[in-house]
Design a protein around this ligand. Structure first.
Ligand SMILES: Cc1cc2nc3c(=O)[nH]c(=O)nc-3n(C[C@H](O)[C@H](O)[C@H](O)COP(=O)(O)OP(=O)(O)OC[C@H]3O[C@@H](n4cnc5c(N)ncnc54)[C@H](O)[C@@H]3O)c2cc1C
Length: 166
């Protein structure tokens, strides 16, 4: 522990909160500037006991976000980096893809707008008709769908344990 000779605690960077944001920030600092003394403070008995350890485990593609926005750029890049991180550290994950389905005619314009948005965000999207939907996912019925290739799932709780080890 980085205590000085008077017993005072010292570090270069102090991060408060050991959720995925705090631990990713700490991880990024140690990667960018090796040797930096980074300390993460957490009020619970361990990391990821709030949102990070209790979320739905989806690696979002970024299809819904406004093209060119920071949110869209970070979501698309973050999804790819998350998959790479999981593969590197042996964290359970799968890039399953997902379907966004229109079940009523009134939803079709919004579905087409999403296809456009996905393409502008650089996300691989494919338009499916009813027969292709059934082929892809037999229990789903719809008029049209978008298959988004880059959506995945991962164990975010395990990812925070790896960013602590790294
Ligand atoms: C129900 C739900 C489902 C979700 N599903 C998904 C999903 O599928 N995919 C996805 O990408 N995102 C999802 N999210 C969003 C995602 O989980 C959050 O954006 C992310 O976990 C936020 O991380 P965080 O580190 O900011 O917060 P947290 O994980 O909440 O971490 C904050 C940490 O700070 C600590 N802390 C707070 N105050 C102090 C203090 N004063 N001193 C010390 N420590 C402190 C807390 O104890 C906690 O450990 C979901 C969120 C929710 C709520």
């Amino acid at each position: 522990m980085p205590y000085d000779r008077y017993g005072r605690y010292d570090c270069d960077v102090l991060v408060i909160g050991a959720g995925i944001v705090g631990l990713s920030a700490a991880y990024a600092v140690t990667r960018a500037a090796p040797g930096t003394r980074v300390t993460v403070l957490e009020k619970e008995r361990g990391p990821a006991l709030h949102q990070t350890g209790r979320n739905s485990g989806v690696i979002h593609s970024g299809i819904y976000y406004r093209p060119g926005s920071l949110k869209a750029r970070y979501a698309v890049r973050g999804a790819a980096e998350m998959v790479k991180f999981c593969a590197e550290y042996g964290i359970a994950h799968e890039v399953t893809g997902k379907l966004i389905v229109a079940t009523e005619r009134a939803e079709l314009p919004r579905l087409h707008a999403l296809v456009q948005r996905g393409r502008e965000n650089g996300i691989p999207v494919r338009e499916l008709g009813p027969a292709q939907i059934a082929e892809y996912e037999p229990k789903i019925r719809g008029l049209a769908a978008i298959q988004v290739a880059t959506t995945g799932v991962c164990d975010f709780g395990a990812s925070r344990r790896s960013s602590r080890r790294a």
